[in-house]
Write a protein that binds this ligand. Structure first.
Ligand code: G3H
Ligand code: 13P
Ligand code: ZN
Length: 311
């Protein structure tokens, strides 16, 4: 089976009241851990690549790793550009074999966002590739862009119909209180998402797939494990999984998770190296990191996203 676009995945997910996990990949162990879990659960999955991942692992290596995962699992897998910041990177990914791209024009004005998103949609659609746009700004850090809490902005539901009709995007990322990274809320702050905005957006865009970025839940046991084995992570708070389950049952068809994978892999590698100070074969500690990712993704698919058995 070749790479699939997100179109059919989202149609089924919308009707079925579940979401597809979009997990960030940066190396072989991460690709293997995610796709092994998806295979065990017979779940569709989106593997997404950021500009930072392309810089770190290189485009061709990532493409070949994902092709290998498709050969190994036979699953419907979409390969998606995460947070494409301009037309050129989106074009490079369309030309270079991705099946889906995100153009993140959220830092621009409404009109500029529409213009750049429309340009990407025209090119991508002509090549059979789906496009995710973004309206509203998430707080947090991605690559070199650091959006402070004050600069973050919830999506304005009054703008979504015009944005979608003028750009032709296939899915829309919205800001309802999630943010990137492991520190989503201040210590003592109660996590809260604006489900009223999500509901209003989905009323205005019936049947249209919505995307939730910044959806790691930052399980405390992994923060504790990092710190138990020599790390020093400050208190971190993520999105409660119950809220993600609620979003998945609504119009949210794609849920982005990266920080949880980083966290569980780091916790496992730290534990391994502390418990086996004599080990120096990377296969020994990376195998534990890969297993931690597999366990985490299995849990997300089965207990949070609801996409088990939907491949
Ligand atoms: O939203 C951003 C993702 O977590 C990717 O992070 O840009 O550091 O690869 P990155
Ligand atoms: P997290 O940092 O919450 O994992 O979000 C990842 C993300 O949105 C990637 O686009
Ligand atoms: Zn994101």
């Amino acid at each position: 089976m070749p790479l699939v676009s997100t179109k059919e995945m989202f149609e089924k997910a919308y009707k079925g009241g579940y979401a597809i996990g979009a997990f960030n990949v940066n190396n072989m162990e991460i690709v293997q851990g995610i796709t092994q879990a998806a295979m065990e659960e017979n779940s569709p999955v989106i593997l997404q690549v950021s500009a930072g991942a392309r810089k770190y692992a290189k485009h061709n290596y990532l493409i070949k790793l994902v092709e290998a995962a498709i050969m190994e699992t036979g699953l419907p897998i979409a390969l998606h550009l995460d947070h494409g910041e301009n037309f050129d990177i989106c074009k490079a990914c369309v030309d270079g074999g991705f099946s889906s791209v995100m153009i993140d024009g959220s830092k621009y004005s409404f009109e500029e966002n529409i213009a750049i998103t429309r340009q990407v949609v025209e090119y991508a659609h002509a090549h059979g590739v789906t496009v995710e746009g973004e309206l509203g700004k998430l707080a947090g850090i991605e690559d070199d862009v650091n959006v402070s809490d004050e600069d973050a902005q919830f999506t304005n539901p009054a703008e979504v119909e015009e944005f979608v009709s003028r750009t032709g995007v296939d899915s829309l990322a919205i800001a309802i209180g999630t943010s990137h990274g492991a520190y989503k809320f201040k210590p003592g702050q109660k996590p809260r998402l604006r489900f009223d905005i999500l509901e209003e957006v989905s009323k205005r865009l019936p049947g249209f797939p919505i995307v939730l970025h910044g959806a790691s839940s930052v399980p405390q046991e992994f923060v504790a494990q990092v710190n138990q084995y020599g790390g020093s992570m400050p208190d971190a708070i993520g999105i409660p999984e119950e809220m993600l389950r609620q979003a998945a049952s609504m119009a949210v068809c794609k849920i982005n998770i990266d920080s949880d994978l980083r966290l569980c892999m780091t916790a496992a590698v730290r534990k391994h190296l502390c418990e086996h100070p004599d080990h120096f074969d990377p296969r020994q500690y990376l195998a534990d990191g890969r297993q931690a990712i597999q366990d985490m993704v299995r849990h997300k698919i089965r207990d949070v996203l609801g996409s088990s058995g939907k491949a």
